[in-house]
Design a protein around this ligand. Structure first.
Ligand code: TEU
Ligand code: CA
Length: 560
């Protein structure tokens, strides 16, 4: 019987945890489930409602858990099933819900399904993956993997090729096969019956592959297969089946990670009347700094483009579908470094300004671990400091292939490598930032003596307490959830200004994205009182005449 669906996820704030880097509890240098359990009061104290756990399943760790070899077992390095059940129970008794990371576009090549598919093409698992004959000795087409190289790997035994949009150890599942869909739905039901509260779904809009897989125009050495696989012919059909067979039976929350998705696509994936997903992650704002080599670029994100994209998503979904709101995650560099200014003088102001800018929009906020402290990029100088397969493969392909010089590639990595967000959570200023008593699997970022939880939780001027006040305002003012959105001064090159309206009043948000003062047209923003300001509590501040460097102000004008 269908569960009584409440849309609690519209009021929720999600905190994303990358378990390997959050808290080590047994000194092996790897974050684990018991470490997370020991930090639940810190998380609850921030004022969030949901925890999204990046994958915790058994995995050979080729892509840090996004290559799953057993969906019903816990990764031995992270703990046991008993540890997970304790974490779930401890979270629930604190009013925290848990989302699992569902990675079902692909499995690990060490999953028994793939082992059998490879060995016994005509057996029960032969059609679980996407096998194609080569073209002569070469792969079936010119598609490249997101992690460098071809998107096809030849099986020496049979001479066939299998598709892997990501690493060679992440073969794509064949969702056309109803047996595959049944397996996935069973896995989802198994975790929901354990009491988890929903899923973040990894690259879920890639699951429907087109029948014909022609070459793509070359971008470097390969064509971009994602363009052909994103939002494929049966993506919505499969998600509606998933919703009908599983999701509709539980009061759960879903968010799809959907590269290449547009607002129009999002209305289909997350439309209130679509019975597919609750919301999706767009990549439109995080991709604005991309260059000719994709993410490997030193570009800053141009503010006019950022304003245009974020407001388009606000107005394009309002009343029809729900937004997710995120600046960063485990695949992105730290938000302060990417979108604002991580110099010592401006880093805390920037962290508070970015939170104000995004989390007063309509949608569910996703706070990535450490962003509530204003953590910044790692500052790694040596290739040996990096761990991420995407980074290391790119070095081998682009530097090894003579396309980019090593020194420039190291600058790209310092700016955009995923490892910038995967360094240990910065708990205090002791060795390894208090993350581990052992040797960490990846070094802590250089800023941990200055940026850490111990120095912020009790400090009323800290980023952490600013987040607390911001999330409290959200909880206490329905206008943030339901109000309309209107961009103000759209042409202004340094100011991100917008207003929210509903019968309860008007909320004006003003964010200076520059290190310069911005003079404001007096009176342009009404008589609202300063409800939040990153230059102090906001009390007693004169009405706006100018915004100071990276200043954020939220002006609240209740209806008389
Ligand atoms: O990411 C999908 C994805 O598109 C990312 O690879 C992203 O585009 C890229 O990393 C930007 O540099 C998901 C997971 O979030 C990521 O951690 C996994 O590596 C990937 O899928 C494969 O599962
Ligand atoms: Ca550990």
């Amino acid at each position: 019987m269908a569960a009584q669906h409440t849309d609690w996820w519209k009021d929720a704030v999600v905190y994303q945890i990358y378990p390997r880097s959050f808290q080590d509890s047994n000194g092996d240098g790897i974050g684990d489930l018991n470490g997370i359990t020991s930090r639940l009061d810190y998380i609850r104290g921030l004022g969030v409602d949901v925890i999204w756990l990046c994958p915790i399943y058994a995995s050979p760790n080729d892509d840090n858990g996004y290559d799953i070899s057993n969906y019903r077992a816990i990764h031995a390095e992270l703990g046991t099933m008993a540890d997970f059940e304790r974490l779930l129970a401890e979270a629930h008794c604190r009013g925290l819900r848990i989302l699992m990371d569902l990675v079902v576009n692909h499995t690990s090549d060490e999953h028994p399904w793939f082992q059998s598919s490879r060995k016994d093409p005509s057996g029960p698992y032969g059609d679980y993956y996407i096998w194609r004959p080569g073209r002569g000795e070469g792969p079936p087409n010119n598609w490249g993997s997101v992690f460098s190289g071809s998107a096809w790997e030849k099986d020496p035994g049979t001479g066939r090729f299998y598709l892997h949009l990501f690493s060679t150890k992440q073969p794509d599942l064949n969702w056309e096969n109803p047996a595959v869909r049944r397996e996935v739905f069973d896995i989802m039901g198994w975790w929901l019956d354990k009491g988890v509260d929903g899923f973040r779904m990894d690259v879920i809009n890639l699951i429907s592959k087109p029948e014909h897989m022609p070459d793509e125009p070359l971008a470097g050495e390969y064509g971009n297969g994602l363009l052909h696989c994103a939002n494929g012919p049966k993506a919505h059909e499969y998600l509606r089946e998933m919703n009908e067979r599983v999701l509709s039976q539980y009061d759960c929350m879903t968010v799809g990670e959907t590269p290449c998705v547009t607002v129009e696509d999002a209305r289909l994936y997350a439309g209130f009347d679509r019975n597919e997903l609750n919301m999706v992650f767009t990549f439109e704002h995080t991709g604005l700094a991309d260059g000719p080599l994709g993410k490997w670029s030193l570009n800053k994100t141009p503010l006019p483009a950022l304003k245009s994209v974020l407001s388009h998503w606000q107005t394009g979904l309002h009343g029809q579908a729900w937004n997710s709101l995120y600046w960063g995650n485990h695949d992105q560099p730290r938000a302060v470094s990417k979108f604002a200014d991580d110099r010592p003088k401006y880093r805390a102001l920037s962290a508070k300004m970015l939170a104000t800018c995004l989390y007063f929009m309509q949608g569910t906020p996703y706070i990535y671990q450490g962003d509530e402290l204003g953590m910044i990029n790692a500052g790694f100088k040596k290739l040996e400091d990096y761990r991420d397969i995407e980074t290391l493969n790119a070095h081998r392909e682009l530097v090894g292939g003579g396309v980019v010089k090593h020194r420039l590639m190291m600058k790209y990595f310092a700016r955009v490598s995923r490892d910038n967000a995967r360094t240990p959570m910065q708990w205090d200023n002791t060795a390894h930032a208090g993350f581990t008593m052992g040797e960490p699997w990846i070094q802590a970022g250089g800023s941990y003596p200055q940026i850490n939880a111990a120095s912020q939780v009790e400090d009323e001027n800290s980023v952490y307490q600013y987040y607390q006040r911001l999330l409290q305002f959200r909880r206490e003012h329905g206008i943030v959830r339901d109000g309309s959105f209107e961009l103000l001064l759209p042409e202004h090159p340094g100011l991100f200004a917008y207003q929210r309206r509903d019968p309860s009043g008007r909320l004006v948000v003003l964010c200076n994205f520059t290190a310069k003062r911005i003079r404001l047209p007096l009176g342009a923003f009404g008589e609202g009182r300063v409800a939040l300001c990153n230059y102090g509590h906001g009390g007693g501040l004169k009405p706006c005449e100018a915004l100071r460097p990276y200043e954020a102000r939220a002006l609240w004008e209740p209806t008389a």
